[in-house]
Write a protein that binds this ligand. Structure first.
Ligand code: CTP
Ligand code: CA
Length: 225
C-alpha cells in the first residue's frame, strides 16, 4: 500500500457532505428547527475539496458563502428533502458525512394558512411526529460507502455516541459536546472525540472547525488507503 501525503489525499473520491439544521414547517410563517449553524459541515466540504475530492454539498443554509471548488451544491429545507437528496447521490458516493442536524420532530400536519392566535392560549396544541433517521437508513443500505456521523450531546458524551456508532452502523462517529459555548453549535471552533467500531477513541483538541475538519478527513484518507 502506497501512503499518499500532501493535499491531494482524497483525489478520485466522491464525497457527499450534509450541513446545517433542517427546518420542518408548521405553517407558511413558522417552523421547527435547531441551533446548527452549518459551519462544521461547510468546513468538512471545504477541507475535502482541498484534499482533492469531488464534493457534493447538501445544505440548509443558502446564506452561507459557497465553498470554492465544489462539484455541486444542493439546497434543502426539510428532513424529507434531505433524505431524498442524499438517497439520490448515495450510490455514487465513496464517503458520506452526515454533519447536518436533522430535526428529530416535525408537525404531524402542515397548516396551509398562518395559524392565528386563540382567545384562550390553553387551546394551543401541536402534534409532532418523528422524522426518519437518515443516517441509520444509510447504515442499513451501504455497500462500499464510508459513513461518517456526528453526535451532538449535552451529557454522557461517550456512552451516547458509542450507542449511535453501533446502532447506525457508521464507520466514524464525531462526538460533539454541545453544552459548552466555545465549541459546537454556532461556534467557530470545535473539540471532538472520534469513535470507530474497532479502535480506541481519539480526542481532537479545541481548534478552528477548518482544522478539525482536516483532521477528520486525514483519518478517513488513512482508513481508505
Ligand atoms: N441523523 C439523521 N437523521 C435523523 C436524526 C439524526 O441522519 N432524523 C444523523 C445526524 O446527521 C448525525 C447523527 O444522526 O450524524 C446523530 O444525530 P443526533 O441528533 O446526535 O442523534 P439522534 O440519533 O437524532 O438522537 P438524539 O437527538 O435523540 O440524541
Ligand atoms: Ca437528533
Amino acid at each position: 500500500v502506497v501512503q499518499q501525503f500532501g493535499p491531494q489525499r482524497l483525489s478520485g473520491q466522491n464525497v457527499v457532505v450534509t450541513a446545517g439544521g433542517t427546518q420542518e414547517p408548521i405553517d407558511p410563517v413558522r417552523y421547527i428547527g435547531n441551533r446548527s449553524s452549518g459551519k462544521m459541515g461547510y468546513a468538512v466540504a471545504q477541507a475535502a475539496v482541498t484534499m482533492g475530492a469531488k464534493v457534493i454539498l447538501i445544505s440548509t443554509r443558502p446564506e452561507l458563502p459557497v465553498p470554492a471548488g465544489l462539484h455541486k451544491i444542493i439546497y434543502v429545507e426539510t428532513a424529507a428533502q434531505l433524505q431524498g437528496t442524499v438517497s439520490s447521490v448515495f450510490e455514487g458516493a465513496d464517503v458520506v458525512v452526515m454533519a447536518a442536524a436533522v430535526a428529530d420532530f416535525k408537525p404531524d400536519q402542515y397548516v396551509t394558512h398562518k395559524i392565528k392566535k386563540k382567545p384562550h392560549p390553553t387551546d394551543m396544541q401541536l402534534t409532532l411526529n418523528q422524522t426518519p433517521d437518515i443516517l441509520a437508513m444509510l447504515g442499513q443500505q451501504k455497500t462500499h460507502q464510508f459513513l461518517i456521523g456526528f453526535a451532538a450531546e449535552t451529557e454522557d458524551l461517550l456512552q451516547n455516541a458509542q450507542t449511535k456508532l453501533t446502532a447506525k452502523k457508521v464507520d466514524l462517529l464525531v462526538a460533539n459536546d454541545v453544552s459548552q459555548a466555545d465549541r459546537g453549535f454556532g461556534a467557530d471552533q470545535n473539540a471532538v472525540t472520534l469513535l470507530r467500531p474497532t479502535a480506541a477513541p481519539e480526542t481532537l483538541a479545541l481548534a478552528d472547525k477548518s482544522v478539525i475538519a482536516t483532521q477528520i478527513l486525514e483519518r478517513v484518507a488513512n482508513l481508505l488507503a
